[in-house]
Design a protein around this ligand. Sequence first.
Ligand SMILES: [Zn+2]
Length: 304
Amino acid sequence: MEFAYPKIRFQKICPVDEAETEADKIFLNGLCQLDFKKLQRPFWDILSSHQCDQLGKSYIFCIIDQKTQECVEYFTNNFGFNPHRLFISWTKKTFFGESFCIQAPTGFGKTTFGTVIAQMKKGRVCFIVPTKFLAEQIYEKLSSMKPSKKIVYLSRKTEITDLKKDSILIITTAFLHKNFPSLPKNFDLVFIDDADSLVRNPKNIDKVLNLIGYTSDDIQSEWERLKRQKNTLEWNKQKPPKGQVIVSSATLTPKTKRLLLFKSLLGFEIAESQTHLRNIVDTFIERNDYINQIVKLIKTLGKG
Ligand SMILES: [Zn+2]
């Protein structure tokens, strides 16, 4: 017997034009009837071939999927094995322009993710590490990757003036502290590897925000706003972030209140744990006694 989809219409369900359509059209082709007629192929076929300009409102989603795929290939070509699933999740977040905190144990590939994204994300990247020893390691790693952006590391006969539009600057936390005035303040992305010591000092939070283009006045006025806001801290979405910050650590515990600026200006918190991915399944039950069934489900699932 052929499976019969329930007769349900969903509003704004079509990923191409947000049209209302029946469940069976979405299950079969991922598109409303009109778009399927036009495009002649299921949504997922067009997505996997990355013909993004055919996908209307899913255009950005498709472009990000394509960029993520390119990062996976870049990873595999450079390291000879496939990346972890978390790598894919972090990569997508980055291309969506999010700032975020990666809190995962050693061995999850946080630093490797940082090196790949520094190479693959367009623009100027500042890679901050806690020690000189680690800076040397990152320099060696980034320099061995192919193709590579221009890598600027001041211990290796390169100058700040070498920092072109698409390049990576490697610095230590101590260097940030000592040479801050001479650093450019227009990075597109700051990746802070092993961030524990850096975020302990509130002044460093300001410096990181300066590196992506916030002026001291911007920061001060946001800080004043936060103090007035007290308990209702929200991401200040009216102001789009000036740049992106990714913070990585194994054991991060937030110490300074100044970190609230990351939340209000960039929309992320240091306390979040990003080690696990959620496994979401879309499902339905076909029954006539809806109310009893719903009550039973609510009781079983509780708040979850
Ligand atoms: Zn449609």
